[in-house]
Design a protein around this ligand. Structure first.
Ligand SMILES: [Cu+2]
Length: 249
C-alpha cells in the first residue's frame, strides 16, 4: 500500500466519524416537534330554497304552499363527529348556540382535530339527552332564552324558527316552530369528502330553511298548526326534516 492511499483512507474515516457524532449530537439536543394544533372554523350560511335570508316581509313559499317570512332562527348544534378515511370517528364535546340573524353567532371553532382527509361529518341539531338538562348550560342570556319549561319536560329548546305566514284565508298570522324534549333532536349525516390541513382550516355549512317544512314531511302551517311547542306529532315532523336542512360546502 502506498503511503498516500493510507492518508486518504484515514481522512475518509475521520469525516465519516465526524458526521456520525454530529448526527448523534443533533438527535440528543433537538426535542421532538410539538404536535400542531388544528383549528377548524365552521361558518354557517342560510338560504330559503336558494333565496337569500332576509328578515322582512313575507316573501318565501314553503313546500305546502304557505307564503311565509323568517324573523327568528335560534338553535343548538352539538354531537360533532368527523369520520376519517379509515372509517374511524373523531368525536367532539362542543355545544354551540347559533342565531341566523347575528353574524357573530354563525361562526365557531372546533379544536383538536387531526389534519387529514375525511369522508363524513355528523352533527345534531339540538342536544343529546345527557346535555338536555335544565340549567346545565352556562347561564348566558342565549341559554336562558332557550330554556324549555320543566313542566313540559325541561331542558332547552333545540330550535326556535319564527315568523309570519298567510293562512288559508290570506290572513297574516304568526308561526313559531319550537322543538325540544329528548328524542326530538335532528341527526345530520353529511357524506362528503373534505380535507383538514395542518393549522387552521374552514368548512362552510349551509342551511336551507325551507327544508324545515319539506323533506321528508310536508309541513302545512294551516293543517299541522302554526305552533309546535309540546305537540309531539309536529315536533317529530320538524325533527325529521331537520336531518335534511344542511349541506357541506
Ligand atoms: Cu317554545
Amino acid at each position: 500500500m502506498k503511503p498516500g492511499n493510507h492518508t486518504y483512507s484515514s481522512r475518509i474515516f475521520l469525516v465519516a466519524l465526524t458526521l456520525v457524532l454530529a448526527g448523534a449530537c443533533n438527535k440528543d439536543d433537538t426535542p421532538p416537534p410539538a404536535p400542531p394544533v388544528q383549528e377548524l372554523t365552521i361558518v354557517v350560511g342560510y338560504n330559503v330554497d336558494g333565496a337569500a335570508l332576509v328578515s322582512s316581509q313575507i316573501q318565501y313559499t314553503n313546500a305546502a304552499g304557505n307564503p311565509f317570512s323568517v324573523y327568528t332562527l335560534n338553535y343548538y348544534l352539538s354531537g360533532f363527529s368527523l369520520q376519517m378515511m379509515d372509517g374511524s370517528w373523531k368525536e367532539l364535546d362542543d355545544i354551540v348556540y347559533l342565531d341566523a340573524f347575528n353574524a357573530a353567532k354563525n361562526t365557531f371553532i372546533l379544536k383538536g382535530i387531526p389534519a387529514g382527509n375525511y369522508k363524513a361529518f355528523k352533527l345534531i341539531i339540538g342536544l343529546e339527552p345527557e346535555n338536555n338538562v335544565s340549567n346545565s348550560l352556562p347561564p348566558t342570556v342565549d341559554n336562558i332564552n332557550m330554556s324549555w319549561p320543566d313542566m313540559m319536560g325541561g331542558g332547552y329548546h333545540f330550535l326556535k324558527l319564527e315568523g309570519y305566514f298567510k293562512d288559508a284565508n290570506a290572513v297574516t298570522q304568526g308561526y313559531a316552530m319550537h322543538v325540544g324534549t329528548n328524542t326530538f333532536h335532528s341527526e345530520v349525516v353529511l357524506n362528503q369528502e373534505y380535507a383538514i390541513s395542518t393549522g387552521k382550516d374552514t368548512l362552510k355549512l349551509n342551511m336551507n330553511i325551507a327544508e324545515w317544512f319539506k323533506n321528508p314531511n310536508t309541513y302545512d302551517l294551516n293543517i299541522q298548526g302554526n305552533y309546535s311547542m309540546g305537540r309531539d306529532s309536529s315536533m317529530r315532523k320538524l325533527s325529521e326534516n331537520g336531518s335534511n336542512v344542511f349541506t357541506l360546502e
